[in-house]
Design a protein around this ligand. Structure first.
Ligand SMILES: *Cc1c(COP(=O)(O)O)cnc(C)c1O
Length: 384
């Protein structure tokens, strides 16, 4: 027997973890649409007992995501916020967590409205500024939760810088890797302990299902996450697992194409007379450009921008035709959102103001359409 070779990212994305169904040889991993599994006799099990605990289709997508992140363990959840919730179950009342101030509104809400009252303390800080991290570590700080690039201001956090700061106090570093996916960024390789994903976004990639993942190399973390998952039940369904598996097969191609489009859209917006400012990590003048080049192999396809005249916000949202005005991101379709009232509606006004999430800010998730159609759509929406 030849030794098993470590496959490249693209091959793992296409083939998944097992590569095919060992039982039938099916190339498309089957959807094991069953709640329960027959036992051969007392103390006998196929390895599957009940789908809340584990299901073969879910297991395949979990192992695929773990492999892509270069991790030992992966757990699949019904949504991204369910995955974040599972991670927060590692902490107890009295623990303190430092959290990126510029992050997904739903994660912000979990900290403030669910876990805050339950006694888990937090501070929203600028994790892109390592001094801010140092200055806010407290006696009871247990973890640092970062999102990079951040949402919606595209700030870049130096993951390894945060990891180094966390060492002395044994803090757990958690990274939400939704925006770049393991194709462009592998936080565990940079020293982070846990990666979370909204699989709804780039991993699934088609705006057709919700999913979340928790990925780690630490056995004790995986055990706690598994225990939490089977006890609380927000597991990923077999069909949704299959949709994510199918989406992942083209992850690398979609990430490349949407990034190629995003660079062109960012350049176009930068030159447009009605645009005040463009926030795209791939622009060399972006503050996080150099760190991003050090820790990631790509910049992704999320762009935020500000218009000079605030009335243009409503005009753009009304007049785009190819681009859809809708929440969410990471799919093959280009979407535009208004963070002020949509994704970031939950964030208090003073924090939004400090971050720059102002009334003239729009966010684009660039898809894989033809670039001319996207630019012409923006041009006419801005012009008419
Ligand atoms: C969407 C999103 C989430 C939440 O994921 P859901 O699948 O919508 O629950 C978490 N983090 C980031 C960065 C997201 O974009």
């Amino acid at each position: 027997m030849c030794a098993e070779k470590l496959l490249k990212f693209e091959t793992t994305a296409v083939h998944g973890s097992k590569g095919f169904d060992p039982l039938t040889g099916a190339i498309s991993f089957p959807i094991y649409q069953t709640a329960t599994f027959k036992h051969g006799g007392l103390n006998e099990s196929t390895g599957y007992d009940y789908s809340r605990l584990q299901n073969p289709t879910r297991e395949e997508v979990e192992n695929t995501v773990a492999k892509l992140e270069g991790a030992k363990f992966g757990a699949g959840f019904s949504t991204g916020v369910a995955a974040v919730t599972a991670v927060l179950s590692l902490f107890k009342p009295g623990d303190h967590i430092l959290v990126s101030d510029d992050l997904y509104g739903g994660t912000f809400r979990l900290f403030r409205d669910i876990y805050g009252p339950y006694g888990i303390e937090h501070d929203f800080i600028d994790t892109a500024d390592l001094n801010d991290v140092i200055n806010n570590i407290k006696e009871n700080t247990k973890a640092i939760f970062i999102e990079t690039p951040s949402n919606p201001m595209m700030k870049v956090v130096d993951i390894n810088g945060v990891v180094k700061l966390s060492k002395e106090k044994n803090l757990i570093v958690i990274v939400d890797n939704t925006f770049l996916t393991p194709y462009f960024q592998k936080p565990l390789n940079l020293g982070a302990h846990i990666v979370v994903h909204s699989g709804t976004k780039f991993l699934g990639g088609h705006n057709d299902t919700l999913a979340g993942f928790v990925v780690t190399n630490e056995e004790w973390i995986n055990e706690r996450i598994r225990f939490y998952e089977k006890s609380t039940g927000a597991t990923l369904a077999p069909f949704d697992s299959w949709l994510i598996l199918r989406g992942i097969k083209t992850l690398h191609i979609r990430m490349e194409k949407s990034q190629e489009n995003a660079i062109k859209v960012a350049e176009f917006l930068k030159k447009h007379p009605k645009i005040k400012e463009v926030f795209y990590v791939g622009l060399p003048e972006h503050k996080g450009y150099e760190i991003s080049k050090k820790q990631a192999t790509g910049f992704g396809s999320m762009i935020s921008f500000k218009v000079k005249n605030q009335e243009d916000v409503a005009k753009i949202l009304k007049n785009v035709k190819v681009i859809n005005f809708a929440e969410s991101l990471g799919g093959v379709e280009t979407l535009i959102t208004y963070p002020q009232t949509q994704t970031h509606a939950e964030i208090p006004a003073e924090i939004k103001k400090r971050l720059g999430v102002t009334e003239d800010l729009l966010r684009l998730s660039i898809g894989i359409e033809n670039i001319s159609d996207l630019i012409e759509d923006l041009e006419s929406a801005l012009g008419c």
